[in-house]
Design a binder for this molecule. Structure first.
Ligand code: ATP
Ligand code: MG
Length: 706
C-alpha cells in the first residue's frame, strides 16, 4: 500500500505511517498545524479499505464542515485500492446525528436562526410578566452551556428570585420547542444521546456499523460530542487527530482538555506526534511558532519546516481599513502577474465588520471573489446596518417608498398583513409615497402620527449634514428603538456587534462629504455585488479570491494569505480584552511578561490558525485608524517587533478613495520586503531596522492611496 502510494507521489513520513498503521484500539495524533493530520486520517481510511479489507460503510469519519467531509471522501477515493472511498460515512457531528434522529422518525423542524430563538425567549418573558427581561442571548448561552455539558436544566439553581426566574424561563422555552415540534442545534446532539442511551439495540447496531471511528479537529469537540463518540466507539477503535493550539470554538463548548487528556481516558491509547510541517515555507512556520509560543496554557510541540525558507511574511501598517483594502487588492493584482491564480489567495478577517472595506475594494476592482456567506454578505444590507442606511436615504429622498416601508417598525407601526395591504393600495394610487402620507392613513393611533411627524422633522434636519454626523445622530436619537421594535431583546454581545457594525458604517461614511454621494456609492456596491453574485451562482468553481473569517479557515490552506485587521480590539478582540482588564494593564508595562487570560489565549490561537493557513506568502496588516479610533498594532504581532508599538498616526483626512499621495515614512530597503511605517508623532529620526526582515529602514517618500 505504502509503496503504491509512493509511486503515486504520496510519501508519508515514519510517524505518519505509524499512525496510519494503527488499526485496532484508541489512537491520538496530537500535532501542530500543517503536519499532515488530516492527511493521516485520509490515508488511514484508505489503508483500512485497501489493506485490511474493511468495508467503507464501516468507517465513520467526523469532520468539522460539510465541505471538508466531501473533500475527504474524494481524497480517499484517489488512494490505491480505495476506489469506493466515496462510501465512507464522512460528515459533521450535527449531520451525523440529525441523520440518525431522522431515521428514527424525529421530524422536528430544526431552528437554525439565533434571532428567532431570541424572539421566542422575549415572548415567553412577556407572557410571564417579567418586567425587566433577561438578555435572550445570555439565556441561550446558559442553556447551551448546560446542555452541551450534559447537565439537566431542571437542576439549575433556584436560590434567588432571579435564579428561579431564569430556570422557569428556560424550562418554558424547552416546553415551547416540544409543543411546537422544534429543536435547535444543541438538541440534535442531546436528543441523539438520549435516544442511544434508551435504545440499546439501536446503539449496538450503530456500534456494529461504525467499527472504525475517526475524528478530525478533535480539539474543538464539546462534552456531548465526545460522549456520543465514546458511545459509538465502544469497540475502542477510536482514532482522533488534532492540535490543542487550534482550539478556537470554546464559545461553542469546545474543551481542549479532551485532547490533552485523551491518553488518560484511554490509557492504552497509542500517541503519535508529527513534527514536520509540509504546508508552509520556513519563515511562516517561524512566525507561527513565535506567536503561539507565548501562550502559557498549552502543550509544547515541535514544528519543523520541511520546505524552503521562502519569502518573509510581509507586514504593513496602513492608515485606515480602506487603505489596507486598496493595498491588498493591488497586491492581489501584482501576484496575478507573478502567476498566482485568484483561487490561490484568501483574505482572513476576525469579525464580520472587519471584512467590509476589503469586500468593497474587491468589488470596485472587479476581482472575482467568494465571500463565505454569499447570500447576505453585503455589509450595507446587514440587519444591523440597513435601517440606518434607510434613514439616510429618506433624509435625502423623502419619497423613497421601500426605505420608508422597511422603517415602519421604528415608527412603532407594525407591518402586519393589514398594514402591508393598505400601503400597497396607497402606493398604487400615489405612485410615489412621501412619509407625510402615512399620517393620513386611517387606523393610525395619535402617538404613531406624532412619531411620524417627529421623525420627519428629524430627517429634514439631518439631510444636509455629512453622512458621518447624520449617522451619529441617528444612532443617538433612536436606533435602539428599531432594535426593540424588531422584537429582539438587545443583549450585551449583540449590542457589541451592533456597535462594531455601526462604527464601521461611520468609518465608511467618513470618506464622503454628502449623504447622497455615500448613498450613490452604496447603490453602486449593491448593483455590482448583485451582478457578480448572480453570475457566480451558476458556476461556483470560478477562480476567485476567498474572503472568510479566521474561524472558517480552520483546516484549510492557501498559497497566499492576507490576515487583515491585526490590531488591538479586533485581534485580540475587545470582548476578550474586556474579559480581564487587569491583564491589559500588565500589557501596558512593556517590561513585564504578558499575562494572558483564557480569552486572550484563545485570540492568540486564532492568530496562529490564521498564520498557519499560508503556504508561500503571508501578509499581515494593522490599520492605524479603525472604526473611529486610533488602534495599536495587535500584541501578537507587536511582540515580534520586540518593542512597544510605535505611536499611531493621525486619522486620515476625509478624501475619496483612489487618490495617490506621498507621505514621509520609514521604508524597508530590502527589495523583497515591503514593510513600512509612519514616523512617530515626535521627532523620529533615529535609524531603524525593519521589524520583519532586519534590513535597514530608510526615511523616505511613500505613495499611499487615500
Ligand atoms: P491543520 O492543523 O491545519 O488541520 P493538518 O495537520 O491537518 O493541518 P494537512 O492538511 O493534512 O495538515 O497537511 C498539510 C499539507 O501538507 C497538505 O498540503 C498535505 O498534502 C501536505 N502533506 C501532508 N503530509 C505530507 C507528506 N508526508 N509529504 C508531503 N506533503 C505532505
Ligand atoms: Mg487538518
Amino acid at each position: 500500500f505504502f509503496r503504491t502510494m509512493e509511486e503515486a507521489g504520496i510519501h508519508l513520513n515514519a510517524a505518519q505511517v505509524e499512525a496510519v498503521r494503527c488499526v485496532k484500539g484508541p489512537c491520538l495524533t496530537l500535532a501542530g498545524a500543517g503536519t499532515g493530520k488530516t492527511t493521516v486520517l485520509v490515508c488511514r481510511a484508505g489503508y483500512l479499505m485497501a489493506v485490511k479489507d474493511i468495508q467503507p460503510r464501516n468507517i465513520l469519519l467526523v469532520t468539522f464542515t460539510k465541505k471538508a467531509s466531501e473533500e475527504m471522501k474524494q481524497r480517499i477515493s484517489r488512494l490505491p485500492g480505495a476506489e469506493h472511498g466515496g462510501q465512507v460515512h464522512a460528515s459533521t457531528f450535527h449531520a451525523l446525528f440529525l441523520y440518525l434522529l431522522r431515521s428514527r422518525h424525529y421530524t422536528q423542524e430544526v431552528i437554525g436562526n439565533e434571532r428567532y430563538k431570541q424572539i421566542i425567549l422575549k415572548q415567553i418573558q412577556r407572557e410571564m410578566n417579567i418586567y425587566d427581561p433577561y438578555d435572550a442571548e445570555t439565556l441561550l448561552a446558559k442553556l447551551s452551556h448546560y446542555k452541551l455539558n450534559q447537565k439537566d436544566i431542571r437542576e439549575l439553581p433556584e436560590k434567588s428570585k432571579s435564579e428561579k426566574e431564569v430556570r422557569s424561563i428556560l424550562l418554558k422555552y424547552e416546553e415551547w420547542k416540544r409543543v411546537n415540534h422544534k429543536m435547535d442545534f444543541d438538541d440534535i446532539l442531546t436528543e441523539a444521546y438520549q435516544l442511544l442511551l434508551g435504545n440499546p439495540n439501536l446503539l449496538t447496531s450503530l456500534q456494529h456499523r461504525f467499527q472504525y471511528v475517526m475524528v478530525d479537529e478533535f480539539q474543538d469537540t464539546n462534552l456531548v460530542q465526545y460522549e456520543l463518540i465514546k458511545l459509538i466507539a465502544a469497540h475502542r477503535n477510536l482514532f482522533v487527530v488534532g492540535d490543542d493550539d487550534q482550539t478556537i470554538y470554546t464559545f461553542n463548548g469546545a474543551r481542549n482538555e479532551f485532547i490533552l487528556d485523551f491518553d488518560e481516558e484511554f490509557t492504552d491509547a497509542k500517541v503519535v506526534t508529527l513534527k514536520e510541517n509540509y504546508r508552509s515555507d520556513a519563515y511562516i512556520i517561524g512566525l507561527g511558532n513565535e506567536v503561539i509560543g507565548r501562550n502559557e496554557h498549552r502543550r509544547k510541540k515541535e514544528l519543523i519546516a520541511t520546505k524552503v525558507e521562502g519569502q518573509k511574511p510581509l507586514y504593513s501598517r496602513p492608515a485606515t481599513a480602506d487603505e489596507e483594502a486598496v493595498w491588498i487588492t493591488e497586491e492581489i493584482q501584482r501576484l496575478r502577474e507573478e502567476g498566482y491564480g485568484y483561487g490561490d489567495m484568501t483574505i482572513l478577517h476576525r469579525t464580520m465588520s472587519s471584512g467590509r472595506a476589503v469586500f468593497e475594494q474587491l468589488l470596485l476592482k472587479e476581482i472575482p471573489f467568494t465571500p463565505y456567506n454569499q447570500k447576505d454578505s453585503l455589509f450595507y444590507d446587514n440587519w444591523t446596518v440597513k435601517p440606518v442606511v434607510d434613514y439616510l436615504r429618506l433624509s435625502i429622498v423623502p419619497r423613497n417608498f421601500s426605505a420608508m416601508e422597511s422603517l415602519l417598525p421604528t415608527l412603532f407601526i407594525r407591518r402586519d398583513r393589514g398594514m402591508a395591504h393598505i400601503l400597497e393600495e396607497e402606493q398604487k394610487e400615489r405612485k410615489k409615497y412621501p412619509l407625510i402620507h402615512l399620517t393620513t392613513l386611517s387606523g393610525l393611533k395619535p402617538f404613531q402620527v406624532k412619531n411620524v411627524k417627529e421623525r420627519m422633522k428629524f430627517l429634514k434636519a439631518i439631510g444636509d449634514q455629512s453622512p458621518e454626523s447624520a449617522i451619529k445622530r441617528i444612532r443617538k436619537e433612536f436606533y435602539h428603538q428599531y432594535i426593540d421594535a424588531q422584537e429582539s431583546h438587545v443583549v450585551t454581545e449583540q449590542k457589541e456587534l451592533i456597535k462594531e457594525m455601526l462604527d464601521e458604517l461611520e468609518g465608511s461614511a467618513k470618506r464622503f462629504d454628502t449623504i447622497s454621494s455615500f448613498i450613490t456609492f452604496i447603490d453602486e456596491m449593491k448593483a455590482k455585488y448583485e451582478e457578480i453574485y448572480s453570475n457566480q451562482r451558476g458556476s461556483r468553481d470560478t477562480d476567485s479570491v476567498s474572503l472568510m473569517t479566521i474561524h472558517r479557515s480552520k483546516g484549510l490552506e492557501f498559497p497566499v494569505v492576507f490576515l487583515i485587521g491585526a490590531i488591538e480590539g479586533n485581534l485580540p478582540h475587545s470582548s476578550a480584552l474586556n474579559a480581564n482588564k487587569l491583564e491589559d494593564k500588565v500589557y501596558k508595562d512593556p517590561g513585564q511578561k504578558e499575562k494572558t487570560t483564557g480569552a486572550v489565549e484563545e485570540e492568540r490561537r486564532l492568530a496562529y490558525v490564521a498564520i498557519t493557513r499560508a503556504k508561500e506568502k503571508l501578509f499581515i496588516s494593522s490599520p492605524a485608524y479603525y472604526q473611529g479610533e486610533q488602534r495599536k498594532c495587535s500584541r501578537f504581532i507587536a511582540d515580534l517587533f520586540k518593542q512597544t508599538p510605535h505611536a499611531d498616526p493621525k486619522p486620515a483626512k476625509k478624501v475619496r478613495n483612489g487618490k495617490v499621495s506621498k507621505i514621509l515614512a520609514w521604508v524597508c530597503t530590502s527589495s523583497e520586503c515591503i514593510a513600512w511605517q509612519r514616523p512617530d508623532t515626535h521627532e523620529d529620526t533615529e535609524s531603524k531596522v525593519c521589524p520583519l526582515c532586519s534590513s535597514p529602514m530608510k526615511l523616505g517618500e511613500k505613495d499611499i492611496i487615500e
